[in-house]
Structures are given as structure tokens and as C-alpha cells.
Design a protein around this ligand. Sequence first.
Ligand SMILES: C[S@@+](CC[C@H](N)C(=O)[O-])C[C@H]1O[C@@H](n2cnc3c(N)ncnc32)[C@H](O)[C@@H]1O
Length: 257
Amino acid sequence: MTATLNFATAPGHQVLAAAGKRILRPGGKAATEQFFAWANFQPGETVLELAASFGESAIALAKRFNVRVVGVEKNPDSVAKARENIKAAGLQDRVTIIEGDIFQLDKITGKFDYVLAEAILTMQSDVGKSKILSAIKKHLKPGSKFLSHEMLVRSNESEVRKSLSQTIRVNANPLTLEEWESACRKAGLSLQQWKAGEMGLLNLSQMVRDEGLFGTVKIVWNVLFNSNLRPRVLQMRRSFQEQRNHIGYIVFWAKVT
Ligand SMILES: C[S@@+](CC[C@H](N)C(=O)[O-])C[C@H]1O[C@@H](n2cnc3c(N)ncnc32)[C@H](O)[C@@H]1O
């Protein structure tokens, strides 16, 4: 870490990462698999990944489908960790992580066969979502796909947004299916297929599937025995449980209209 994390105020994803969590998206790896299936990646195709974090999805894509991935990530610690992971996987020729801001995608030249974004649009305001979606459209080749994995709100919208924002300490602004569809449409993207499911980020069974048994034990241990981490993680878990009938994950793909 380049700076000491203030556990009381840090965004939820940084707290979870400090606890040892590597997969930081609401539907976990299983939801990501769904849009991998929709995508039909071909060797040599190109992917732009927004908020690539530790490079987990970028590495999985390059390894399994032999595509070339450019990831954009703002947090220098995550960039360093992602580069380490890419090197360890021997994928430096296929995966590049750029330290940068997804609000400045104009700095990235070229168009891609896919743009992938997981657990990043939810955190943006409506204006922010619209700016990023418009920039995504500009980076898509004709006939290409935008693949998205975000939080869904089904009901009780204002209560959910308030509770999540308070516990995650970011502007948590999940949308309904109709709102995701409309945000895409306004940016010139047309939603083609979608799937929704349970918000499982802090469910024990999803954690074992995402992080493995050893990884899960490590996370649980860190949460139990680190008195700075514990209140924040338990507070997030409680909020997800309280809101479980109103929230979930959504994965969808959209194409340029
Ligand atoms: C919730 S995590 C999602 C990480 C990853 N996509 C995943 O699914 O596991 C959010 C990530 O977005 C990064 N991030 C937040 N705002 C960003 C921005 N404006 N530009 C680039 N990355 C950003 C954070 O540093 C963090 O790594």
C-alpha cells in the first residue's frame, strides 16, 4: 500500500481488498462467466476493461480466449498488483494495465471489439454514468459488444441507495433494469441480453466459489481478528442482507445502435 488506509472512511471495495478479497463484483465470477458465454471471444480480438482492479478478469480473458486486453485502473496500488499478477501469469504480451481514470477514456486511442466494465458504473452519478457510457460507445468498433456487470435495484430505490451509500462510503447508485436500459439507450447503446441474480459479494458460498476455500478462510480470519476491518465489513454485510429482496446483480451486453 502506498498510503495507510483509513478504515472508517475508505470506500467499501478498498476495505474488502484489504481483507484479502480479490473479486469485487456483486455476482462474482459466475456472473462474469455468463457474459463470457454471450461474448464469443475470438483469438486476437481486443478488449478494453474499465476499472481493471487486480487484473483478475483481464488475465482470465487473455488466458482462456487468447484475446488482447487493455485495462484502465485509477488506484496505483491496484495497478501495481495487477501488473504483478499479469507477470506471474506470463501474459505481459497480451494484457496491459494503464494507470488512468475512466472519465478520461479519450486518452486511450483506438477502438475495441469489446468494452468490459464490472462494478464501476453503479458507483457513478447519473451524469457520470452517461459520460462513461458515451465514452464507451466511442471506443467500440461497429458490431462490437459492451459487457457490463453491475448492481441492480428491484424496489425500495431511495432506501437502498441511502443504506448502501452509507455503508460502502461511495455514491452507490444501482439502477433498475429499465434504468440501465435507458442509460445505455441515451448513450447510443442498445441492450441485447441480460441476466439478474442475488447480490452475493459477501455471501459465504459465493466467496468460496470466488476466492477458494483457503482465500475465504484468510478473509474471515482477517475480518474476525482485525478490529479496524471488522465493523466496516460486518456493516456492509448487514446492509446487503437487509436489502437482499431489493438488490441483486445484473449482467448484460449492449451493442452500438
Ligand atoms: C468495485 S472495484 C471493481 C473491480 C473489478 N472490476 C472487479 O470486478 O473485481 C472498483 C475498482 O474501480 C477502480 N476505480 C474507481 N474509480 C475509477 C476511475 N474513475 N477510473 C479508473 N478506475 C476506477 C477502483 O480503484 C477499484 O479498483
